[in-house]
Design a protein around this ligand. Structure first.
Ligand code: 8X3
Length: 255
């Protein structure tokens, strides 16, 4: 197995859900963590929880919105332009309305987080990896990057964009000791649905009712498996759904 000990791992969306679970998984392997998210108090909470469990693990927090003008300088300063692994996880869905009923502000936010910030981070860190002669990138895509469903025009489009982007960067970096990978989960029990339904907990809960969803730890375990392969192995992509889900539109509920 490839050892992640002392690897410098930058995780976006690290304050909750899959990003947070991945931070713990990387901490367990002795990585040096750079946790990025907008909410500083949340990041500091995650940092202190990690350091309670793993006192020797180095954790730096980067509290910013990647699309803000000062973000690049901040990320450069805190990481010292050395990142071995980028877990490009931050992303969200907003709304399940048909397009004509959806909000333009939701559209803008999904595009700026799922596409612009994601692409910018690869654009920023890839040259550092090329210079170091080594690097790994895992992009969080989604089953929505492969399938489409009504009420998901913009979300599905953003994830299809991530899918295309990952593939091109993978082609461009082949042979350079850079592993560009992607994971595409279906239903995962995180704040995803609460965010999508704007705090409406009842509707969010109904998404996972009567079925067993994936958990954030399931995704972190799979991403860790991808990273721990020997360096000549790239797992191009993992597409993963709960056993009770056959596609975004096929969910089997027991009650
Ligand atoms: C999350 C999965 O099915 O809500 O990306 O699009 S889905």
């Amino acid at each position: 197995l490839y050892s992640l000990k002392n690897s410098r791992v930058l995780i976006t969306g690290a304050s909750s859900g899959i990003g947070r679970a991945m931070a713990f998984s990387m901490a367990m392997r002795g990585a040096h963590l750079f946790l990025l998210a907008r909410r500083e108090e949340k990041l500091l909470e995650v940092k202190s929880e990690i350091q309670t469990e793993f006192p020797n693990v180095k954790v730096d927090v980067i509290a910013c919105d990647v699309n803000d003008s000062h973000a690049v300088e901040l990320i450069k300063k805190i990481t010292e332009e050395k990142v071995d692994v980028l877990v490009n996880n931050a992303g969200l869905a907003l709304g399940r309305e048909k397009l004509e009923l959806s909000q333009l502000t939701d559209m803008e936010q999904m595009i700026s987080t799922n596409i612009t910030a994601n692409f910018k981070l690869v654009h920023l860190t890839l040259p550092w990896m090329l210079k170091a002669g080594k690097g790994d990138i895992i992009n969080l895509c989604s089953v929505a990057g492969h399938y489409t469903y009504q009420g998901g025009a913009v979300y599905c489009a953003t994830k299809h964009a991530v899918n295309a982007f990952t593939r091109v960067v993978r082609e461009e970096t082949a042979g350079k000791n850079i592993r560009v990978m992607q994971i595409s989960p279906g239903m995962v029990n995180t704040e995803f649905s609460k965010v999508r339904f704007k705090g409406d907990q009842k509707t969010a809960d109904s998404v996972y009712a009567g079925m067993v969803p994936l958990e954030a730890d399931d995704i972190a375990r799979m991403m860790t498996f991808m990273l721990e392969q020997p360096r000549h192995v790239v797992i191009d992509e993992i597409i993963t759904m709960p056993t009770d889900q056959g596609s975004p539109t096929t969910v089997v509920r027991k009650h």
